[in-house]
Structure formats: C-alpha cells, structure tokens
Ligand binder design. Structure first.
Ligand code: SAM
Length: 317
C-alpha cells in the first residue's frame, strides 16, 4: 500500500477528558519546548512530499487549543504537493475558529461527538460543552469545511444509548456520522466488555431507521464504510478497527507532537525526527530518514512490535 497520508498531532494537550482517549490522565505530557514549532512541522510536511505524502490531518490532543493553529494551517496549505489538508477536533472551540481555518486553507473537519444528550456527554468527556460542539458543527457546514464527519466512539457502559440519536443527525444534516469501535489502549481503560462491535451498532441503527444501503461517500478511501437510510441527507459510517484488521490497507504515518514518527498506531516502534530536525540536519538527511521509515513501515505492526499502554491523546488517534 502506498504511504501518502501523514497524521500530525500538533499538541498533546486537550480541553476534554474523554474516558476512552485519555486513560493515562495528564501523566507524560511534554514541556512546551519539546513540542514541534510551526516552522518545524512545516518543514517535515514539505520534506514528506518528496516521500509520497499528499494528505495531512492535524489532530492532537485537541488541535484547536494550540494558540498558533490558524498560522499552522496557513503554512501547511501553502506546501506544494499537499492536496488534502484536514483536521480532527472535539469541536468545542470550532465555531469561533471555523471561518479563519477555512480562509487559511483547511479543507474539512472531522468532529468527535459521542453523545447527543448533555448528561451523557458530560459523563464521556468530563465537560459540559455539548451546545458549543453543535454550534461548531453548524458553523463548519456554513463556512464550507465539508464534508463534515462526526466521529463517535461507542463504549458500552457509557454511550451505547446514544447510537440512535447520533445516527439521526445524518438524517437531517448533510454530515457523515461514523461509529468507531472502541480500542482499549491501556490496562486501565476499563473492562473488556466496554467494546461494542460495529455489527451491534448497525443493528441498533437499522432497527430504528430501517435497512442501510451501501454508498461510497465523497472523500472516502480510508477504513470507513458508508451507508444511507431512506431519505437521509447525510451518511452513516462504520470504522471497525477492532473487528477487522486494516494493516494491509494502511497508508499512514503519524508524527507525534514531540517529533517522533510512529509507523503504526499499535506498535511501540517510533523514529526520532526531532533530534535531526533540531540538530542542523540538512533536507537530504531528513528525506532519507523519512524514506527509510516508509520502506520499513510494514515491519512494525501490532503483531510484530506491540505497543504497551498509551493514550490516543498522546499519539493523535
Ligand atoms: N481532540 C480531537 C478529537 O477529539 O477528535 C483529536 C484527537 S482524538 C485522539 C482523534 C480521534 O481518536 C477521535 O476521533 C477519537 O474519537 C479517536 N479515539 C481516541 N481514543 C480512542 C479509542 N480508545 N478507541 C478508538 N478511537 C479513539
């Protein structure tokens, strides 16, 4: 599989405390000077184009808590060879930033939303910010950060009850509501029973809204499969990373906020990019390292070099 997609965690900080994402708490957060600066990220992206990267996603932590996020988007949107620049956010600060992000060159957003009910949202995220997220979704649609995708991780004992209400958003809004299988990343993330296979989620959606028919969503091509139900404005997607294995189709590298490249989310293998970046390495040396990482990607997976405990917040999901 051609590696053409770079996910960049631009900060390890987040304003929410999602139960499934941040099992290690704030333990292990990096000092500010360890986080890559905008110019450093821009350089990595520019050089990664020479290695085949054409798509970049900004994630975190929460990318919108980074003070220079609009400047960063502006810098990356100007990198020749990057055809798709997108961002994943929890949406809490999106309504105030969507216009500026669009103007800076961002193409579209994925917004995490795990509940449609305020109490359940608070239980999942530790915060009361549901109405801000809804504002963010509407603002993203209004300014054209589209197609908007809503990502929902289903955790049995917390938000299984929300599946129908979240799916219903795809009936009345032109959005893709995508159900993501919960992936435990630490011994402490809770009982094994928290995981809900997407087969079960689909049954809930179909029992409420009728049979789903398969569609190819615009901008598809990742691990999600998409469906429509009668008369829906949007689509419903399923990302079943636990019940299916995508390794052969994986086209991505991850850059952590402190400058390490991870070829596989579930592997402990990481390559230090920050030391050469800050140590005066020339472009050719960095490109050589990036090419080596791409060529070695298939060697390091959850099967060959499994990661120990980690939090998605640190790596970017
Ligand atoms: N703060 C942003 C957000 O909330 O979308 C970006 C960072 S978050 C780590 C990126 C993605 O990872 C989100 O879509 C989130 O739902 C997903 N994610 C986090 N922890 C997960 C887990 N344990 N299993 C599956 N997906 C997870």
């Amino acid at each position: 599989m051609k590696v053409d997609y770079l996910r960049i965690s631009v900060t390890d900080r987040c304003n929410l405390r999602c139960a499934y994402c941040n099992p290690l708490g704030d333990h292990g957060l990096k000092d500010d000077e360890e986080i890559l600066a905008a110019e450093e990220i821009q350089r990595v992206v520019r050089l990664s184009v020479a290695c085949g990267i054409t798509k970049v996603r900004l994630t975190g932590g929460e990318p919108l808590v980074r003070a220079d996020i609009v400047d960063l988007v502006q810098r990356l949107s100007g990198v020749e060879g990057i055809e798709d620049l997108v961002l994943t956010t929890n949406g809490v600060f999106l309504s105030g930033l969507a216009g500026a992000l669009k103007q800076a060159g961002l193409k579209r957003v994925n917004i995490s939303l795990d509940a449609a009910d305020p109490e359940c949202y608070r239980c999942m995220t530790g915060c009361e910010a549901l109405s801000e997220v809804f504002d963010g979704i509407h603002r993203a649609l209004n300014v054209g950060l589209t197609p908007v995708r809503i990502n929902c991780v289903v955790v049995r004992e917390i938000n299984l009850s929300q599946v129908a209400a979240l799916a219903e958003m795809a009936l009345r809004l032109p959005v893709s509501v995508r159900f993501i299988e919960y992936c435990p990343t630490s011994e402490d993330t809770g009982p094994v029973g928290s995981y809900v296979p997407n087969r079960e989620v689909r049954e809930i959606v179909e029992s409420r809204f009728g049979a789903l028919s398969s569609v190819m969503a615009p901008e598809a091509g990742g691990p999600a499969v998409y469906f429509k139900t009668g008369g829906s404005l949007g689509t419903i997607g399923f990302i079943s990373a636990r019940s299916s294995i995508f390794c052969q189709r994986c086209n991505r590298l991850r850059l952590t906020s402190d400058g390490a490249i991870r070829p596989c989310l579930h592997s402990a293998r990481s390559y230090d990019l920050k030391t050469p970046l800050r140590g005066g390495a020339d472009d050719e040396t960095i490109v050589r390292l990036l090419r080596r990482i791409v060529s070695e990607k298939a060697l390091y997976t959850r099967l060959t070099a499994p990661a120990g405990d980690f939090s998605m917040q640190q790596i970017g999901g």
